[in-house]
Design a protein around this ligand. Structure first.
Ligand code: GDP
Length: 298
């Protein structure tokens, strides 16, 4: 994960090793390297600009320290700034006071929503909840069946459209699922919605109709991190069109660069809540900005 970014940042710090004191020229040279590393990682330009400005300001203000040498001081600053752009604190799911908690998933086709529904279902179950997955992707052939398979693997109930559950109408399916969850005492409902290959008005409308019908506690926008800044632009369009409360990064296992992960928080103002890093149900965890920053600088 993020291997090329990791290598570039490490080489940016190399010239500082062995220095007794940081000169403005050292800081300039290092910051230039960091800037290039971030741009190559496909981090959004305004995010790079702010990041570099903060690192420069802080590096110029560092006191001579007995505890840390100049290279360590700069690495610490970069680490702190990475934690900040990744969101600072870990943002946990907000569960409703009155069950069921409704979590709606949105995103482009192929981003990994259906897979995520299974992972989230299993995670919820492992954390003492009784989740129900709801198949509201009625667009893509086999999406309902795929969710049923994923639900079975995760050992989680799946609510699918049938006569009486609003066949062909995702808003009706979503609405019916809430009543069913109450009846069957499932305390979290995870609503999988249709994705398209690109942003379109119909997709936005359908997603916002579902949102209005079920009043979700969380709307998670799922992005394929391998698509870099494109993912961030899509996220921005969704933030404007549907709004969401958090982001899930998928396919981190295939992402050498890290541009989406490092940009999405600042561009959309929404926290990254979960990360998915493989096709298995267990390749999934709560997103911790501090742990991710340490991994990048490891
Ligand atoms: P959806 O169209 O958004 O529902 O996307 P899917 O859940 O069908 O996922 C699309 C493809 O990406 C599938 O082949 C998944 O197995 C794969 N996939 C999903 N999440 C991950 C991940 O974190 N890592 C990898 N390597 N593949 C993933």
């Amino acid at each position: 994960m993020f291997d090329s970014l990791q290598d570039r940042l490490q080489s940016a710090f190399t010239s500082l090793r062995g220095k007794g004191k940081l000169s403005p020229a050292d800081i300039d040279a290092t910051v230039r390297e960091i800037r290039l590393a971030l741009l190559e990682a496909d981090v959004a330009v305004p995010v790079v600009r702010d990041f570099v400005a903060s690192v420069t300001e802080r590096a110029n203000g560092v006191e001579v320290s007995k505890a840390l040498n100049p290279a360590q001081q700069v690495i610490k600053i970069v680490n702190d700034e990475l934690v900040t752009i990744l969101g600072g604190e870990t943002r946990r799911v907000r569960f409703a006071k009155t069950a069921p908690t409704v979590i709606m998933l949105a995103g482009l086709q192929g981003a990994g929503k259906t897979t995520l529904a299974g992972k989230l279902g299993r995670w919820l179950k492992d954390n003492g909840h009784s989740p129900m997955l709801v198949a509201c992707d009625l667009q893509r052939p086999n999406a309902v069946q795929q969710l049923e398979v994923v639900g079975q693997q995760a050992g989680v109930t799946v609510f699918s459209p049938e006569p009486g559950n609003g066949v062909g109408n995702p808003v009706a399916v979503a609405t019916a699922s809430i009543a069913e969850a109450r009846r069957t005492l499932h305390d979290v409902v995870v609503v999988d919605t249709a994705g398209r290959l690109g942003i379109d008005a119909e997709l936005m409308k359908q997603a916002s109709d579902i949102r209005d019908a079920v009043d979700p506690d969380e709307v998670l926008f799922v992005i394929d991190s391998m698509t870099g800044q494109d993912a961030v632009q899509t996220a921005q369009a969704f933030a404007d069109g549907v709004d969401f409360t958090g982001v899930v990064l998928t396919k981190l296992d295939g992402d050498a660069r890290g541009g989406a992960a490092l940009s999405v928080r600042q561009v959309t103002g929404r926290p990254i809540m979960f990360a998915s890093s493989g096709e298995k149900l267990t390749d999934f965890d709560v997103f911790h900005p501090d742990r991710m920053a340490s991994r990048i600088l490891d």
